[in-house]
Design a protein around this ligand. Structure first.
Ligand SMILES: [Zn+2]
Ligand SMILES: [Zn+2]
Length: 162
């Protein structure tokens, strides 16, 4: 599915071909909460990196999160979170460990996205205490990461775009 996205001020525009376009996965970790704003965000779409086209690259910033370890140490996440340096919109995540993929934030996408038949709320162990997580029959709540990849979830629901 062809997706078009942009930041809020419009200085960065991008498009990509998504194999996993359904925004079912919401992450409540502190990195998503602080860098993307709100209670839980969605770095949750899967697209092919070689289809990513960007206008306004000079307005892009990249953040590699500092992750505090239980032993008190700190490591730098390999994931590169791209954002607009003018308006701060979170745009997409790219991780060199999966060089074929790019993960746009659903919030940056302008193309109407499909409604998910089920929503997965992940990393609830890190959510802020004021965040209420939906708990309906189609809500799956996970303390940690899901066992399924974006691709496996889409395939199981018959929604994978080849
Ligand atoms: Zn912007
Ligand atoms: Zn997160």
């Amino acid at each position: 599915m062809q997706l078009e996205g942009s930041c809020h001020c419009g200085n960065v525009r991008f498009r990509c071909e998504a194999y996993a376009p359904v925004p079912f996965l919401q992450c409540y970790c502190s990195i998503c909460r602080k860098t993307a704003g709100g209670s839980g965000s969605a770095i949750n779409l899967g697209a092919r990196a070689d289809t990513l086209e960007v206008e306004g690259r000079e307005h892009l910033g990249v953040y590699q999160a500092k992750i505090r370890e239980d032993d008190g140490g700190c490591r730098i996440s390999s994931a590169r979170r791209h954002f607009c340096t003018d308006c701060g919109s979170a745009l997409w995540l790219f991780s060199p460990e999966w060089p074929d993929l790019v993960h746009p934030h659903a919030s940056a996408i302008d193309t109407p996205l499909p409604q998910p038949p089920e929503r997965v709320h992940m990393l609830l162990g890190s959510k802020a205490n004021w965040v209420l997580v939906p708990n309906g029959p189609d809500d799956v709540q996970l303390e940690g990461f899901p066992n399924e990849s974006l691709e496996q979830w889409h395939r199981r629901h018959g929604l994978l775009q080849e």
